[in-house]
Design a protein around this ligand. Structure first.
Ligand code: GLU
Length: 284
């Protein structure tokens, strides 16, 4: 089932997509949906489909999950090329974070969740929004510091930035939903935002595909691309598979693992076709 190609394809750029799972649990049907989406988008256009293991969160990541992911993708009939896992790219995260810090876009913040709650923050899209109180001042509980992006400063300097989503069209980057988002975590060398933005650029991803729950994250990524002079891909935020209660499938909610279905002898190719049909019906 060929999908009508995205903008890049129309203007002759090779489509390179990726599936970027975190090895902290089994894959479920939502991951299969996402992987098939990215795979078909690239392969239908003669492009490349890559898998990147997002194991930056060392203590929560396990190599055996990454091996299992490969067996799951094979079972679904997908073909991919592996690119280096995040744990091998720490130097590039440090380098970028230092550059952002030296250029004055980041500031240190030691606040923990309790400190931030005491500041009576507003609620953002999916989390409380840190109100920026530590900018230029000692703060929090004296714990090790995270580095936050000075969003107002970056937006004022960069002016209006646009990004393109296959479904939403042209979108003006507005990361204020996140407040001064964490770019380097206290416990890790990068946040999801920094690591994914750098990795997508390093891997030559031209079409970033992921669930629509991550749509707002793209505002942050677009700002980081501009500050770090990285290439700007095209985005596809696809619909999410929901469970019977209308909730998104999640490892922590115990959604059935692909591994169990595979090991029970279910036909992976038939399952993949079923998911493709669902994608056509949902228009993503
Ligand atoms: N590792 C992220 C996840 O599993 C990937 C998100 C993305 O595709 O940007 O949700």
């Amino acid at each position: 089932m060929a999908r009508s190609g995205c903008l890049w394809q129309k203007i002759g750029v090779e489509i390179v997509t990726r599936f970027a799972p975190s090895p902290n649990g089994h894959l479920h049907l939502g991951h299969a949906y996402s992987a098939i989406y990215a795979h078909d988008l690239a392969k239908d256009a003669g492009g490349q489909f890559l898998m990147r293991v997002e194991d930056i969160d060392g203590p929560r990541s396990r190599a055996e999950f990454a091996d299992e992911f490969r067996r799951d993708l094979e079972w679904l009939g997908l073909e991919w090329d592996d690119v280096p896992a995040q744990s091998t790219r720490i130097e590039s995260y440090d380098e970028a974070a230092n550059r952002l810090l030296e250029d004055g876009w980041l500031y240190a913040c030691s606040c923990n969740r309790k400190d931030i709650e005491a500041l009576e923050p507003r609620q953002g899209a999916d989390c409380i929004v840190y109100p920026g109180s530590c900018k230029g001042a000692a703060c929090g509980s004296g714990e090790p510091a995270a580095l936050r992006l000075d969003v107002d400063k970056a937006m004022a300097a960069l002016g209006e930035l646009v990004w393109t989503d296959e479904t939403a069209g042209s979108v003006i980057a507005d990361p204020r939903e996140f407040g001064d988002v964490v770019i380097v975590r206290k416990d890790l060398p990068a946040s999801y935002h920094l690591a994914a933005t750098l990795d997508d650029a390093a891997d030559g991803i031209t079409a970033v595909t992921r669930g629509e729950d991550l749509f707002t994250s793209t505002h942050v990524h677009r700002i980081l691309q501009e500050l770090l002079e990285l290439p700007v891909p095209h985005w596809h935020h696809h619909k999410l598979l929901l469970d019977d209660n209308g909730q998104k499938l999640a490892k922590r909610r115990g959604s059935p693992a692909l591994k169990d279905r595979r090991e029970a002898g279910e036909d992976g190719l038939a399952l993949a076709e079923q998911l493709r049909l669902q994608q056509m019906q949902s228009g993503t």
